[in-house]
Design a protein around this ligand. Structure first.
Ligand code: CU
Length: 142
């Protein structure tokens, strides 16, 4: 077990049990609501991440994502298999959904471990105006 993997598992376990209620992250311009994913079977290396926002005071855009549990985070126009790459995902004043099952969507590529039901995993979201928002991805609760 690598130190990184051990650290990730410690964080995941620390947040287990908190995932049943919606969790939120305040930014100056909006609130990020309940980032979540489905559990993944062993061997699956992609996972879609979903979240919404509320209280937008101005438009913004998601320009990058990072997570220690994946090789990279991609932005796609639709679900992993049939979307096309995006340079950013808009945060609109009038639309709560940012990354949604119908797209656009955030995709973890090169998962380093299966996402387990009831656990949470760290991810960093980078918005053009709101800056860096560290969130936990809640698995299975939505
Ligand atoms: Cu939540």
């Amino acid at each position: 077990m690598t130190p990184l993997y051990r650290w990730i598992m410690a964080v995941a376990l620390a947040f287990t049990g908190l995932s049943s209620s919606a969790h939120e992250y305040q930014t100056p311009n909006f609130t990020v609501i309940h980032p979540w994913a489905d559990a993944t079977p062993a061997g699956q290396t992609d996972a879609n991440i979903y979240f919404t926002v509320s209280g937008q005071t101005q438009g913004d855009q998601l320009i990058r994502g990072f997570s220690p549990i994946a090789e990279r985070v991609e932005m796609r126009s639709g679900p992993a298999a049939d979307g096309t790459d995006l340079k950013s995902i808009p945060v609109s004043v009038n639309r709560a959904e940012v990354s949604a099952p119908a797209g656009p969507i955030l995709v973890l590529r090169g998962l380093k471990m299966p996402l387990q039901q009831g656990s949470s995993y760290p991810m960093m979201l980078v918005f053009e105006k709101a800056g860096i928002v560290n969130v936990m991805i809640s698995v299975g609760a939505h």
